[in-house]
Every structure is written in structure tokens, then in C-alpha cells.
Ligand binder design. Structure first.
Ligand SMILES: C[S@@+](CC[C@H](N)C(=O)[O-])C[C@H]1O[C@@H](n2cnc3c(N)ncnc32)[C@H](O)[C@@H]1O
Length: 284
């Protein structure tokens, strides 16, 4: 029997949201139901039966919000985490239930689900970009979070990355992640507002600029394009209604800027009509 079928059979619950980050399973219950604590615990046990690497099951009680784009979770059940902790250097082995180690394409990423943004669903997108990067590139990663985009790229390629992030907790985890992955010589973290970082520089002298923040990136695109050098590749993320996602409308959207649209793709959905979209732009 599969996970969702067993949850439905044993608890009567359908349509629960579900994501695994590191050894934490995040469950989102339908808002319309009041669910008893013992039922949540039973669900946690079923989840662990199907995902033996899960040691912590939490409930997402508030969706991402605010500048830092963090959600809020409460603990449902936790098991022994000895095996996970052994994957970490000794100095990082005391994890709270909110913290975990997510492993993606050989990169180890420490994060805190209540203090930092992280989505395991963007793993393919990070790999897609890392594969495009050429040896020796100079890269600017805006809205860096715990550094995961930069870590995946720098693990694969010989690059120099400047990473900018405003949330001091994310900067702290990004710093630990550089150490854990031995990438301190490839990535520099600037713990500051993207706005100040851009304004302080006359030009953005990079081969590639990543803007993986669909809510916040739109406010900075024009300035980034203006200051980027010709041929810079810009990976720009934004939210868009399904009716505006087509070759013609995407090209029109950027026609006022000195850029060429290289490609675009949907990288996730928010509800039924809104998508997270990435467009690869080239400054002309
Ligand atoms: C959607 S998250 C993406 C994080 C990361 N790129 C990832 O994929 O895991 C957006 C990030 O941008 C950061 N952020 C929001 N506004 C910012 C600003 N003005 N300057 C710097 N960072 C900002 C947030 O704190 C958050 O970590």
C-alpha cells in the first residue's frame, strides 16, 4: 500500500501536503479540519514507515512570509538522529528539531526550517544551472538563502561566487555550509540587502547573475540589467499567471530591457493558476 492510501485508510485524511527536507518530513493538513494530536502522531509513524530516513515529522502551520521568506512549523514527533549527526563534522553535531542536513548532488546543506528558506523541490533547477556554468566563471548569487544554489555550482565547477543574503540566520547557515563542503575559497557571503550591494557598485562585473527569489527579484531586475556587462546570463525567477506563460507573452514582458530571452520554464506552482517561472536572459 502506498503512503497516501495508508494515511487515508487509517485516519480518513486526504490531500495532505508533504515535503521531505533532510531528515525532516513537513506535513500540511487541510485548513478545514481540526485534527487530533494522536492522529497526527499516527500519520508521522506511517510517514516514517515509508521513509525510514525521516527522523522528525513537523506540521507546517504558517506558509512562507515576510522579507526572509520563512514558514513556521511545530514538532509532531521525533526519533533518534544518530545516523544523520554522524554525517556532520563534530563541531556541527548538536541539531535542534528545527535544523537538518539536506544532501543534494553531493552537497551537504545545513538549514533551519523555522529561520531560513529552503525548498527541496528546486533541486532539479539548481542542477540545470550548475550544468550550464563554464569553468572559471564569475557568478553573482542574489537572494542566496543558505547558499544552496552556490554550493551546488561550486561543488561541480571551478568558479568564484559572490552571494548576497539579508537574513542573518541564513548567512550563518551559509557560512557553516561553506565550511562543511570545503568551499570557503570559492564563495564569499555578503550578509546585506541586495539593494545596497547593487547600488554600491558602478557595474556588475559577472558572467552570470542568479536571482532566485520570485517575490523580491522583480524590484531589482532593471538595475541588475543596467549594471550587468554585455553577454551576462541572468537567471531571473518570478511568479506568473498561467495565461501569461507562452513564448510571445514572455518575450513581450522583457521587450523594454536590453536582453534576449534564451529560454524559460515553469519550476513549480502556487495554487492552480500561478507558477514560479525562470527565464534565462542574456544582456545585449
Ligand atoms: C525564496 S528565498 C530563496 C533562497 C535561496 N536562493 C534558495 O533557493 O534556497 C529568497 C531569499 O532572499 C532573501 N531576501 C529577500 N529580500 C532580500 C534583499 N532585499 N536582499 C537580500 N536578500 C533578500 C530572503 O531572506 C530569502 O533567503
Amino acid at each position: 500500500m502506498r503512503l497516501r492510501e495508508e494515511i487515508k485508510e487509517k485516519t480518513g485524511l486526504e490531500s495532505i501536503g508533504f515535503e521531505i527536507i533532510g531528515d525532516i518530513a513537513i506535513v500540511e493538513f487541510p485548513k478545514s479540519h481540526e485534527i487530533r494530536g494522536d492522529i497526527k502522531e499516527r500519520i508521522a509513524e506511517i510517514i516514517r514507515k515509508y521513509n525510514p530516513n525521516v527522523n522528525v515529522v513537523v506540521e507546517k502551520v504558517e506558509d512562507v512570509s515576510g522579507t526572509y521568506r520563512v514558514a513556521n512549523h511545530v514538532l509532531i514527533k521525533m526519533w533518534d538522529r544518530k545516523e544523520l549527526l554522524e554525517k556532520l563534522p563534530k563541531e556541527f553535531r548538536s541539531l535542534s528539531w528545527e535544523e537538518t542536513l539536506h544532501v543534494e548532488y553531493g552537497v551537504r546543506c545545513l538549514l533551519n526550517i523555522n529561520k531560513t528558506y529552503f525548498s527541496s523541490k528546486l533541486g532539479f533547477e539548481r542542477k540545470r544551472i550548475a550544468e550550464q556554468v563554464k569553468e572559471g566563471e564569475k557568478i553573482l548569487l542574489l537572494f542566496a538563502g543558505t547558499g544552496i544554489f552556490g554550493l551546488v555550482i561550486a561543488k561541480k565547477k571551478n568558479v568564484r561566487i559572490d552571494a548576497v543574503e539579508i537574513n542573518p540566520y541564513s548567512c550563518e547557515y551559509a557560512d557553516r555550509n561553506l565550511k562543511i563542503n570545503k568551499l570557503t575559497d570559492k564563495i564569499i557571503i555578503y550578509c546585506q540587502d541586495v539593494k545596497g550591494f547593487i547600488n554600491q557598485r558602478d557595474t556588475l562585473n559577472y558572467d552570470r547573475i542568479l536571482m532566485p527569489a520570485p517575490k523580491d527579484a522583480p524590484a531589482y531586475l532593471e538595475k541588475v540589467v543596467e549594471k550587468a556587462k554585455p553577454n551576462t546570463i541572468i537567471h531571473y525567477y518570478f511568479f506568473e499567471n498561467i495565461s501569461n506563460i507562452g513564448e510571445k507573452s514572455i518575450k513581450e514582458r522583457f521587450s523594454h530591457l536590453p536582453v534576449k530571452v534564451s529560454c524559460y520554464r515553469k519550476v513549480g506552482s502556487i495554487g492552480t493558476k500561478t507558477y514560479r517561472v525562470v527565464v534565462d536572459l542574456i544582456k545585449v
